[in-house]
Design a protein around this ligand. Structure first.
Ligand code: AMP
Ligand code: MG
Length: 565
């Protein structure tokens, strides 16, 4: 009876597969590896797995498609979301895309192990594509098997939801299902392949289209299909741009689309920089057209604030995708996307102009988010700047504080954070506890920098000159707060809301993986639960906010990851 209810509810998911209906399909229906021409996707079927088991799910993601916990926990759900049973309204497909990988054009890539089941419309009329990752081979699997291992699936599942709760634009993760099968992987590409447990993640997004979907068509000079795909993108995914639905559009619409993708990409990158997220593989096939964080592979979180850090050992030499490089790489990727749209626009100039949207949005948003981390609002910065410029006009002096509140203060902080191994997340949280009090300002250097100690990996490594520099910065910061900041309570609540206490530290994800590989899910459940409220103090979970322990510094999976997944 209970199971019947669940079945009815699942079959009550309302599918309307507009992508498949609107765009040209590959006529061949098999997973034979091939170049797919003149089409945006290939119809495929998930390959069933031996013994599917629900390892975890996100109740918030389930609610997006109106599924209750009872429905998700039913045996029918596991059958469907492991790929073992395809519902009548589903129309599974793998998308055709290409991409620039590590700076070079790589030709056709495509969904090699991701299979979209279809588009669901929830009761509120919102569209959600459901996509299984690790569901078996497709025409785009090249030499690989179409499967995914538990370790990479746990990482994608947990991080998608953690990012959402942090307020970072991202694809979502509905569930994690163990397949009961093993997959052979050579984790560090060093000639030591071994069997690992397999898993399937169901992820959700309004669309999984990437820059690479457009690039592949442009590279093949298939302007007709490129136009169809871009027209579809405008009408189905960007209705707010006002391009008339179901029609061929003009260059101005394509330029508007590009500008909007630039803007959204800038917002995403600004958030990554705010929380200390390093994507690890910013190839153009991993750049969402909707400005969502997509394809969680060898990503990582900054423990100590190292702008040059990347977790991805596959990128060890050039460190192309290191933390500080992400804004520049996103720009480079947007230029590749602009090149793909060029045949539709006809002239590079308007696209170049639209590209300025990226730089402008990124600059403004980064500054705003960095100021928020320090407890200032944009209005306070603007007032401080005006006041300083006014007074400097009177006295003929340079305007120190207005600039300081915006850039000087932040620049110096970022330099200090890199000058001694400092935990980024703990630092900002601790800064919120510093008293904004003119009496306190007269304290000694050790007193003013005492709050910093808990964030330092090796407190003894902070020599007196550096401590003096830190103390100078703290004085400037507190003075700027006294001069321009809000009341104490307001500052405190702003800083708590801007600086997470809990992020998915690399070693925490690894602890969950170690357990799940043994069939245990307690750590996975705990992390999922705590990361639902990353900005809240959760005293019973204090240990999950601690610095990276020493054992995790060089352990594979904690600080070193590869593309093998
Ligand atoms: P990624 O580095 O995960 O963005 O993947 C790049 C390309 O390789 C995409 O086309 C993936 O679908 C494909 N790919 C990655 N892993 C596998 C796999 N295990 N089986 C088939 N294709 C894969
Ligand atoms: Mg990818």
């Amino acid at each position: 009876m209970f199971q019947n209810l669940a079945m009815n509810a699942l079959s009550g998911l309302r599918f309307d597969n507009t992508f498949q209906r609107s765009l040209p399909a590959d006529p061949e229906r098999s997973d034979r590896r091939r170049q797919v021409l003149g089409a945006c996707f290939s119809n495929v079927s998930p390959t069933p797995v031996k013994a599917p088991r629900l390892l975890g799910y996100s109740k918030e993601a389930a609610a997006l498609i109106d599924l209750s916990p009872a429905e998700v926990e039913s045996p029918h759900f596991v059958e469907v979301f492991s790929g073992n049973r395809v519902l009548a309204q589903m129309q599974p497909y793998a998308a055709c895309y290409g991409g620039h990988q590590f700076g070079n054009w790589a030709g056709q890539l495509g969904d090699g192990r991701a299979i979209t089941l279809g588009e669901v419309y929830n009761a509120a009329g919102q569209r959600w594509e459901l996509q299984l990752k690790g569901a078996g081979p497709t025409p785009y699997s090249r030499t690989a098997d179409g499967r995914a291992v538990v370790r990479s699936s746990v990482r994608e599942f947990l991080c998608s939801e953690a990012m959402f709760h942090l307020g970072v634009p991202t694809t979502r993760a509905l569930c994690l299902i163990g397949t009961g099968e093993t997959v052979i992987r050579d984790m560090f590409y060093d000639g030591r392949p071994r069997p690992e447990p397999g898993a399937v993640v169901c992820r959700m997004a309004p669309s999984f289209l990437r820059f690479g979907n457009y690039e592949i068509l442009a590279s093949r000079r298939d302007e007709a299909t490129l136009r169809k795909l871009t027209d579809y993108t405008l009408s189905a995914l960007f209705p707010e741009l006002g391009a008339p639905a179901g029609q061929q559009h003009g260059p101005e619409h394509y330029v508007a689309l590009f500008a909007e993708v630039c803007r959204r990409t800038a917002l995403m990158i600004a958030h990554w920089m705010r929380v200390g997220f390093v994507h690890g593989v910013m190839n153009t096939d991993n750049m969402s057209i909707l400005g969502l964080t997509i394809d969680y592979g060898p990503y990582g979180w900054l423990d100590d604030f190292s702008p040059g850090w990347t977790p991805n050992t596959t990128d060890r030499n050039g460190r192309r995708y290191r933390f500080a490089h992400q804004p520049g790489i996103a720009l480079w990727n947007l230029v590749r996307f602009a090149e793909a749209l060029l045949p539709l626009v006809g002239s590079a100039k308007p696209l170049e102009e639209a590209l300025s949207q990226y730089e402008r949005t990124l600059r403004e948003r980064l500054l705003e988010l960095q100021l928020a981390k320090l407890g200032f609002s944009p209005a306070e910065r603007a007032r401080a700047t005006d006041r300083e410029q006014g007074s400097s006009a009177d006295t003929g002096e340079a305007p120190p504080l207005g600039v300081e509140l915006g850039d000087g203060l932040i620049d110096e902080l970022l330099q200090l954070l890199t000058s001694v191994e400092t935990d980024m997340t703990i630092f900002y949280r601790a800064l919120g506890g510093v008293p904004v009090d003119s009496g306190w300002l007269g304290g000694s250097d050790p007193q003013l920098t005492a709050f910093l100690q808990e964030a330092l990996y090796t407190p003894a490594a902070c020599p007196p000159e550096l401590q003096a520099r830190w103390a100078r910065w703290v004085r400037r910061y507190v003075q700027a707060q006294l001069d321009h900041g809000p009341a104490a309570e307001e500052r405190r609540s702003r800083m708590l809301a801007a600086n997470p206490k809990y992020v998915l530290r690399n070693y925490l994800a690894q602890l969950a993986i170690d357990e799940v590989e043994q069939g245990e899910t307690a750590k996975l459940d705990q992390l999922l639960d705590v990361l639902r409220r990353p900005y809240d103090e959760q005293p019973q979970h204090e240990e999950l906010a601690a610095k990276r322990p020493d054992w995790a510094r060089d352990r594979p999976g904690c600080s070193m990851l590869s593309c093998s997944s």
